[in-house]
Design a protein around this ligand. Structure first.
Ligand code: ADP
Ligand code: ZN
Length: 741
């Protein structure tokens, strides 16, 4: 007989960064496994935590005993623990912080259990004469139960219009039996979703499915075949149908699947497509669930009652026992990166989990990220392409309007070009609908000449300078170069060279001035927080009440409006001149996404893009829908400057309320790292972040680039270890940073 391990290594919730050893007392031996939830003494308190490892040896001679075990069985599989170890090391977060991301708060919380209800039924062997002497109320209860069978207590009381006391009396007299039962809270309860069947696939879909099947087979064998498939297909090309049928095969093998979807695309429509095909075997995890629903869905998955999980980012950690497939839809989406500790990328974690669990991974997108594209080009991933729309509709025409050539006009205020106005007028006349899209990413800090469109950018780094208002200066936050704000435009000598913000409100006012009879609705973060909800604005638009919908990113994703025949991109430069080396890639993705919104019905669509830089590669490539050309060109540029995907980029952020302290700490950190860095790691100087202050905290950043993630990590870990930050100053590390703001 093998001896049970006697020592548990525990990650204490909100505890120290390291794992602590505890002796396993005889009383709970056998009830503890790796992944068990336990309580343990720390200082003077008893604290909850997880068993991460089990062993027989500890470097500490005297160990305290574990206090107890919480719940039944293990919360995490050994493979998930292995994954958590990788996440912890790669993203430089403590094991405990990582485990917190793995388990929803609703699951971790002590005492949070399934909802328990009381079921009342007539006791066995009750005869007619037993009932004779009952009071009216009591008799009514018995009659009700005889008529409708066992009933939930609350419902019974409501139906009979009585208090609990007759029920209690009847139970005491042996006429009723009361049973407690766990109830699952189901987020989809009350919805009737029609079941759907597999469609006959088109030849391209068949071959994509075959590619996924070989990736699944490759996981079984030991050959060098890739286990990741990059599915590149335009919007509407039938990717989702391929996912559905791939999952069907996974289920036939007795395994489960995870489907990740960006939070913003996780609409009821999306969920219905999966639930419609797989029914109650599908579980849903997203941020709008109540704690109770999340708790129950999670346990349904862990207990194997649901083996398909549809969810946002954190669903990549769903506790499925046996995985056959992970799908990451719209894999290029930035929202897969968590911006809080642990700062993981769900897409990259999905690929890693696939590796650990030996399951296939499908990354799907109309505009794959350059990271995935490069992996497909080099053969690390299998590339599968769906080149046309499933319904054979044409992609809309895209027209680029050069805003530099537009004359100034009081009414249009440089926001709507005559071309766009004419196109809108035509749609209103034909009772078709229009979407005006402002690709504003929350904050725009670069400086642009409103006359010629000139944008100052750093010659070393090819990113726009960030305008820092307080010092009236331009700073490149990749290399630290800084210069004074020019008094007039270096391009055309216009003295009005300064940033002038453009927001959805200004667009709305202008549209209303130009089209006083049209019904116009604005949808952005401000509006959806207030009066109208997201859904009701979209509902009104869908029903045709609204003619023109103006919005930000929110309206660019996965929505189907058959009557929209025109999409106008008001100002493409907003995302093009972000001080970010990914600005071109993101603009291309956005424009391609937006193009997918137009012409989903019977009438073909048109897209008008207004810009000051009509010849920018991203704009031109989007116009012609030349994804490959754009990527190849963009990869050249990334390679030259060791930007991802040719290297890793980490961003250290130092923040605090006192600017001098923050800037001093950031510079000290940067120079320490620079001193130790070999030729393999490029370390920039400390500079203010493009967003200098958030919630009255100053922010400075140090950016590192290297081909070797390991080298970079060692360097950072080394510098952080003996760095003691003054009170009120914090430092965070963002590995493979996506947002550099
Ligand atoms: P994507 O996920 O690439 O945007 P979808 O899977 O949503 O594409 O497909 C777009 C539309 O085409 C959907 O209405 C879908 O039902 C339909 N469709 C997909 N594949 C087929 C097929 N093989 N035969 C008929 N219709 C299909
Ligand atoms: Zn620079």
């Amino acid at each position: 007989m093998t001896k049970m391990p006697t020592i548990a290594r525990v990650a204490i919730d909100n505890g120290p960064d390291k794992l602590l050893d505890y002796a396993i007392p005889a009383g709970i031996q056998g009830r503890i496994a790796i992944g068990s939830r336990v309580t343990a003494p720390l200082g003077n308190a008893i604290r909850p935590g997880y068993v991460v490892e089990m062993t027989d040896e500890s470097e500490f001679p005297k160990l305290k005993d574990l206090h107890g075990v919480v719940g039944r069985g293990s919360f995490l599989t050994p493979k998930l623990l292995e994954l958590s170890d990788w996440v912890s090391q790669y993203y430089m977060a403590s094991r405990e912080q990582v485990l917190r991301a793995f388990l929803p708060a609703a699951v971790r919380r002590k005492g949070q259990a399934h909802k328990v209800v009381t079921i009342v039924s007539v006791a066995e062997g009750v005869k007619a004469e037993d009932v004779e002497a009952l009071t009216g109320r009591q008799l009514e209860v018995i009659k009700e139960l005889r008529l409708h069978g066992p009933t939930e207590l609350q419902e019974l009381l409501r139906k009979c219009g009585c208090s609990v006391s007759p029920v209690k009396t009847l139970e005491r007299n042996g006429l009723l039996s009361l049973q407690r039962e766990e109830r699952m809270r189901n987020p989809l309860a009350g919805n009737t979703i029609l079941r759907t069947k597999n469609l006959d696939l088109m030849p391209e879909q068949e071959s994509a499915l075959a590619d996924i099947a070989s990736a699944m087979a490759a996981c079984e064998g030991s050959g060098g075949e890739p286990h990741v498939v990059l599915l590149h297909g335009v919007t509407g090309s039938g990717k989702t149908e391929v996912y559905l049928q791939a999952i069907d095969r996974v289920l036939a093998q007795g395994k489960g699947a995870i489907v990740l979807v960006p939070e913003i695309s996780l609409t009821p429509q999306t969920v219905e497509r999966f639930v419609g095909r797989f029914g109650a075997r599908a579980a849903v995890l997203h941020s709008r669930l109540s704690d109770g629903e999340r708790h129950d869905e999670w346990h349904r998955i862990r207990e194997g009652k649901a083996d398909i999980v549809i969810g946002a980012r954190s669903a990549v950690f769903a506790p499925l026992g046996s995985l056959g497939l992970i799908v990451v839809d719209e894999e290029h989406e930035n929202s897969y990166k968590q911006e809080d500790v642990p700062r993981y990328s769900a897409r990259d974690v999905a690929v890693m989990r696939g590796h650990i669990e030996r399951c296939a991974v499908v990354l799907g997108s109309a505009t794959p990220s350059l990271e995935s594209w490069k992996n497909a080009k080099t053969g690390k991933y299998k590339l599968s392409v769906l080149p046309r729309r499933a319904d054979d509709r044409k992609m809309p025409m895209m027209r680029v309007v050069d805003m530099r050539l537009q004359s100034a006009d009081e009414k249009r205020r440089g926001i709507l070009s005559p071309d766009l106005i004419e196109a809108i007028r035509l749609r209103l006349e034909r009772a078709e609908q229009v979407i005006l899209f402002l690709n504003r990413r929350g904050y725009s800090s670069s400086l642009m000449c409103p006359n010629c469109g000139f944008v100052a950018s750093c010659e070393n780094c090819s990113v726009s300078y960030t305008y820092h208002r307080t010092e009236e200066s331009l700073i490149c936050h990749l290399c630290g170069d800084s210069r004074k704000l020019p008094l007039k435009c270096p391009g055309c000598s216009d003295p009005g060279f300064k940033y002038s913000g453009i927001g959805t409100q200004r667009v709305e006012a202008t549209v209303k001035a130009c089209f006083p009879h049209a019904s116009v609705q604005r949808m952005d973060a401000d509006v959806t927080q207030r009066k109208h909800s997201h859904a009701s604005i979209l509902g009104e638009f869908r029903s045709g009440k609204t003619d023109i919908l103006i919005g930000t990113q929110m309206i660019a994703k996965g929505l189907h409006f058959p009557n929209v025949t025109l999409v106008g991109v008001v100002f493409a430069d907003l995302s093009l001149h972000m001080p970010d080396f990914r600005a071109g890639e993101r603009t291309f993705q956005l424009l391609a996404q937006v193009a997918g919104r137009a012409g989903r019905g019977d009438v073909s669509g048109e897209v008008i893009v207004q810009t000051y830089t009509p010849f920018h590669a991203a704009v031109q490539a989007a116009r012609r829908l030349e994804y490959e050309n754009f990527c190849d060109q963009e990869l050249e540029f990334r390679k030259e400057l060791t930007y991802p995907p040719f290297g890793h980029l980490a961003c250290l952020l130092v923040r605090g309320k006192q600017e001098n302290k923050v800037s001093f700490c950031a510079s000290t950190l940067a120079s320490r790292i620079q001193k130790k860095a070999g030729a393999e790691v490029i370390v920039a100087d400390a500079v203010p972040a493009p967003i200098e202050r958030i919630r009255s905290e100053y922010r400075y950043q140090v950016i590192l680039r290297s081909v070797s993630a390991v080298k970079m990590r060692e360097l950072i870990n080394g510098a952080m270890k003996d760095l003691s930050l003054p009170k009120g100053v914090h430092c965070s590390i963002d590995m493979d940073a996506v947002s550099l703001m």
